[in-house]
Write a protein that binds this ligand. Structure first.
Ligand code: NI
Length: 136
C-alpha cells in the first residue's frame, strides 16, 4: 500500500522567558534579547502534527484524525494552553522553553502514544515566520 502523510493542525497560547540560569542577566539579554524579559511574554503557537504510514485497505485511512485530534488535545493543548511554560509546565522546569525544545517535548509526549509503524513529525510555529520541524 502507498505510504502517505496526514497532518493535523492545532494551536495554543503560552507565555515563556528564554533564560539560562548559569549566565548573568547581562549575558541573558545579550543572547536572548527581548525573549529574556523577566516578566515573560506570550506567543500564539501553531502546531502541525504529521503522521506517515500505509493506507489501511479496510478504512482508507492512515490514522483516525479524530483520534489524533484527541491525543493533541489531551497531551499538548491541555498541558500548554494559556500556561506560563517556565513556571507551570513540568518539562520546562529545567529546560529553556525555546521553540526547538517545545517541539522536542511535544514529539516525546506524542511518540509514546502512537504506534511505531507511523513516522511522526512535529512542526511548530512560534511566529508566522519562525518555525521548527522535528522528527526524532
Ligand atoms: Ni519568545
Amino acid at each position: 500500500m502507498p505510504r502517505i502523510t496526514i497532518h493535523r493542525k492545532a494551536h495554543f497560547n503560552a507565555a515563556h522567558r528564554l533564560f539560562n540560569p548559569k549566565w548573568s542577566d547581562e549575558k541573558n539579554v545579550e543572547v536572548f534579547g527581548k525573549c529574556s524579559n523577566p516578566h515573560y511574554h506570550g506567543h500564539n503557537y501553531e502546531l502541525i502534527v504529521s503522521l506517515t504510514g500505509e493506507i489501511d485497505p479496510e478504512t482508507g485511512y492512515v490514522y483516525d484524525l479524530g483520534k489524533l485530534k484527541d491525543l493533541i488535545k489531551i497531551h499538548v493543548e491541555d498541558s500548554f494552553d494559556h500556561k506560563n511554560l517556565n513556571i507551570e509546565v513540568e518539562e520546562f522546569k529545567n529546560l529553556n522553553p525555546s521553540v526547538e525544545n517545545i517541539a522536542v517535548v511535544i514529539y516525546d509526549k506524542l511518540r509514546v502514544k502512537i504506534e511505531k509503524k507511523y513516522d511522526l513529525e512535529i512542526t511548530l510555529y512560534e511566529t508566522p515566520r519562525n518555525y521548527v520541524t522535528y522528527s526524532g
